[in-house]
Design a protein. Structure first.
Length: 239
């Protein structure tokens, strides 16, 4: 098994994983990591794209550079990993691509427009990829997590200057997001769900791994008029 990290060197060991140096915003590092893998393996059975970065802030307060970084990490890096890995996956046993999206990939959230839109892009890309790769027997799955107690709070970007006269609730909402992550499920649970998908003979296109309220909110989005649902979200986040 192989894992990737921006800080590791190719061949480093961590538990049962051989590490590859890979930076999602640097396509050359993705190619170098795959080249190293090719030296060791003749095929690839599973590709899990779980790298990502979060960002909070009113859209008018986010710079184009910040938004570009989110899309380079969450979308374009994921696409490049898939593009380069597909030839190896064709040789694999039950080859599977698992793209980690988000519950936010099915609903736009206030002050998280850049993040939500990046996950919307992952959703559409994965749907298209699933149909294109079916003739090769390559399965594509989307996993939509809710909040998990990972290090995303430490790495999440926040708009640097927000006019509180215009957006008085932003920083309160930002702290609420942090609290929700810190008190959420363990990442080990996500690992168990992903293992089930890998070993499933017919995995679903989407698997939501989130508390009931988050999953129910997606159901409400589908049955309620758009403005009604918008008001529910705004009331929940007190925007």
């Amino acid at each position: 098994m192989y894992g990737t990290s921006r800080k590791s060197k190719n061949g480093d060991k961590l538990d049962n994983f051989t590490l590859l140096n890979l930076d999602l915003v640097d396509s050359s590092s993705i190619q170098t990591a795959l080249d190293y893998l090719l030296e060791k393996e003749s095929k690839l059975d599973v590709l899990i794209n779980n790298g990502g970065i979060g960002i909070n802030g009113p859209m008018e307060c986010l710079s184009l550079e910040e938004i570009n970084l989110v899309f380079k990490t969450n979308v374009f890096g994921l696409m490049e990993c898939c593009r380069l890995a597909i030839p190896l996956l064709r040789k694999g046993t039950l080859p599977t691509i698992i793209n980690i999206s988000s519950i936010a990939g099915e609903m736009g959230l206030p002050y998280r427009g850049a993040y939500s839109s990046s996950k919307f892009a992952v959703e559409g890309y994965s749907e298209s990829l699933s149909m294109e790769l079916k003739p090769f027997g390559i399965r594509v799955c989307l996993v939509q997590p809710g909040d998990f107690a990972t290090s995303i709070n430490d790495n999440r970007m926040v708009a640097k200057s927000v006019d509180l006269k215009l957006y008085p609730d932003f920083y309160r909402m930002n702290e609420r997001v942090k609290e929700e992550v810190n008190s959420s499920w363990s990442p080990e649970l996500m690992g168990k769900y992903i293992l089930r998908l890998i070993h499933s003979k017919n995995p679903p296109l989407r698997k939501r791994v989130a508390p009931f309220l988050a999953r129910f909110s997606i159901f409400l989005r589908r049955i309620l008029p758009g403005r009604w649902y918008e008001q529910l979200l705004m009331k929940f986040y007190k925007v």
